[in-house]
Design a protein around this ligand. Structure first.
Ligand SMILES: [Fe+2]
Length: 239
């Protein structure tokens, strides 16, 4: 595909041309390997498959939320929205914290940020932040939510152990159509989160699915200073 306009009129893009990016794949795999090495016993960590995972991401579940006028922002404010394992998120209770995983993730972030600068048309400087890091084991889900507290473009890089056994599902904000995007093996999906036009989405997995989320904003000096400060603070907290 050609470039995505930053003010695009569409809300969800698949970026299959990124699948062959060997550097991103190698760095994501290094991260996944470290996660697997760290979490050898899912049950010991407190992970339990959810018997109603598929119902939680069904269109009917969203219809109920919409009918009740309930908004679900995401895992930071509503922890029960998912049973997936979260890595190195200070704002998520019971997240797994590990310096090696964080280090490998930071290397992946640099590769993805470089590549993202080729995705938008016309090219522009961007600020790219880590906005989510999950392992979805078999029987996991992330229920319908909007992320609307943090409007931005989002990229999700995902790797599924077995193709066709996991997916992201979203509701097109214009048409109301529910779209299910099945995972292949490597998937790159770009979507727009806005405060006013809600992009409801949900995730389901019957396999091991590893997901790396990114928040993308236009580059500004203040934003850059903020991101450097955040990084320095994280380093200080870890040292
Ligand atoms: Fe989300």
């Amino acid at each position: 595909m050609t470039g995505v306009r930053f003010d695009a009129d569409r809300w969800f893009f698949e970026l299959p041309e990124l699948r062959e990016d060997a550097e991103i794949r190698a760095r994501a795999l290094a991260c996944i390997e470290a996660e697997r090495g760290l979490v050898r016993d899912l049950a010991g960590l407190g992970y339990a498959p959810c018997p109603t995972a598929k119902d939680r991401v069904a269109p009917e579940a969203l219809e109920r939320l919409l009918a009740a006028g309930t908004e679900v922002h995401g895992v930071a404010s509503e922890r029960e929205v998912t049973n997936a394992i979260t890595f190195n998120a200070r704002h998520v209770a019971d997240a797994v914290h590990d310096r090696r995983v964080a280090h490998l993730r930071a290397a992946l972030d640099r590769s993805v940020a470089r590549r993202l600068h080729t995705v938008f048309e016309p090219p522009r400087r961007l600020l790219v932040f880590n906005s989510g890091h999950f392992w979805y084991p078999p029987g996991s889900f992330m229920g319908w939510h909007t992320n609307s507290l943090h409007p931005a473009w989002r990229l999700y890089v995902t790797h599924a152990e077995e193709p066709g056994k996991s997916f992201i599902r979203y509701r097109d904000p214009r048409s109301g159509e529910i779209v299910t995007s099945l995972d292949q093996s490597w998937d790159f999906r770009l979507f727009r989160i806005s405060r006013d036009t809600l992009l409801w989405h949900a995730v389901y997995s019957e396999t091991n699915r590893f997901s790396f989320g990114f928040m993308i904003r236009p580059w500004t000096l203040a934003g850059r200073a903020g991101s450097l400060w955040r990084r320095a603070r994280v380093r200080l907290l870890r040292s």
